[in-house]
Write a new protein. Structure first.
Length: 137
């Protein structure tokens, strides 16, 4: 499959990690993956579906200045954050579904994505059924 855009994966966190950590208070900071200006910051290995998720964010961000504007909106607006994450989780799920044909495994994966999208990390902005529908539509 042709990559969506070029990205460099960097082990670690971006310079603005303290702001994100304070704003979102992740339970497992080492599991947080951040896309910013053509780079994906991760401390864990990434499978193709997760790379697709982060590449979606890089495309949403565009240029360096676009990435800065994107992150400002992402931090300020739960509606914007949900829209951006729903698109990224949808892309992630679609990549998984292209490879895994077992309906039960796909359903479990979709539910896992929906639990994250509807959970506290993103501000509990939608219900689980709404998140599931957004991911699998």
């Amino acid at each position: 499959m042709k990559p969506l855009c070029k990205a460099r994966v960097i082990r670690g966190k971006p310079f603005f990690w303290p702001i994100l950590k304070a704003r979102f208070k992740p339970k497992n900071p080492q599991d947080v993956i951040i896309a910013f200006a053509g780079r994906i910051y991760a401390e864990v290995p990434l499978g193709p579906p997760m790379v697709r998720h982060e590449m979606t964010h890089l495309i949403q961000q565009g240029s360096l200045f676009g990435a800065i504007r994107w992150w400002i909106r992402y931090l300020a607006s739960s509606k914007f954050r949900y829209e951006q994450e729903a698109a990224a989780y949808r892309a992630q799920y679609q990549m998984f579904a292209e490879v895994v044909k077992d309906r039960n495994k796909r359903a479990i994966y979709a539910m896992d994505c929906a639990e994250k999208l509807s959970g506290p990390l993103y501000g509990d902005v939608v219900s689980l059924p709404e998140a599931l529908k957004a991911i699998t539509q």
